[in-house]
Design a protein around this ligand. Structure first.
Ligand code: HEC
Ligand code: HEC
Length: 206
């Protein structure tokens, strides 16, 4: 991640938060998933869940069970992010379910891998790094990176590589939890260069 760009994006985020919060529905009049997405989430996650910059993850086409799990993790404070924790604070369980269903039914836009990262990225994704005790990502995230809906393993294909990299760093430093610590175990065993390569590779998957 490069710092100058972050310095521009972060203050802009804090301007967006109160705007989006004001737009949030006052329960109990529940908004539909599509309504919430359009009026609240799209400010950051883009039209139909395809965010326009890597500051925000794409939600379009992400697994429904995973999206719902993520929203609950923010709500319970297990996954920490000031913006998203504020976003879900006012949402009911029914609204979280509806908005997760809405985004999972959209189509994720294409991403692109850096050519120089493909060879190493693919090797890690498909075969892991046995000497470093890193399992193949494919085993859980799927042969083409589309995730595993019943198990709530997220889709990685098409996701912004800069976001993927940031999450790997967060897992490595225990700033983000994962079931049975699986992603923390894996991310701790990757070097930053290996994280960058695999992040770039998965963005290019379709
Ligand atoms: C003001 C900007 C902003 C708004 C508005 C916003 N989000 Fe987010 N969202 C973020 C950021 C930033 C992250 C990345 C958090 C992190 O790094 O863990 C995120 C992450 C997420 C994730 C996790 C995605 C993943 O791949 O793990 C979900 C799910 C999500 N948001 C859903 C929503 C929903 C649903 C709404 C509307 C009710 C919404 N967001 C509104 C900024 C926003
Ligand atoms: C044993 C199963 C398993 C393996 C192997 C695995 N993952 Fe994961 N991964 C998960 C689970 C489960 C989550 C959801 C964690 C959570 O949010 O609680 C996840 C989440 C992620 C996320 C966050 C996605 C998002 O939208 O925020 C990234 C990035 C990721 N994994 C990358 C990788 C990479 C790269 C590899 C290979 C080096 C890998 N994973 C191997 C199970 C696995």
């Amino acid at each position: 991640m490069n710092r100058p760009r972050l310095a521009v994006v972060v203050p802009a985020l804090f301007l967006l938060v109160p705007m989006a919060l004001r737009a949030a529905p006052s329960s109990p009049s529940a908004l539909s998933g599509a309504g919430l997405a359009a009026h609240v989430c799209s400010a950051c996650h883009g039209p139909h869940g395809n965010s326009l910059t890597s500051s925000f993850p794409k939600l379009a086409g992400q697994g429904q069970a995973y999206l719902l799990m993520a929203l609950h993790e923010f709500k319970e404070g297990k996954r920490k992010n000031a913006i998203m924790q504020a976003m879900v604070a006012g949402l009911t369980s029914a609204e979280m379910k509806a908005v997760a269903a809405y985004f999972s039914a959209q189509k994720m836009s294409r991403g692109f891998a850096q050519k120089r990262d493909v060879a190493l990225g693919r090797r890690i994704y498909e075969g892991g790094l046995p000497k470093q005790h890193v399992p193949a990502c494919m085993a859980c995230h799927g042969a083409s990176g589309r995730g595993n809906e019943p198990a709530a393993y997220p889709r990685l294909a098409g996701q912004w590589s800069a976001y993927v990299y940031r999450q790997l760093v967060a897992f490595a430093h225990n700033r983000r939890p994962s079931p049975h610590g699986i992603m923390n175990y894996i991310a701790k065993r990757l070097t930053p260069a290996q994280m960058k390569a695999v992040a770039s590779y998965v963005e290019g998957l379709r």
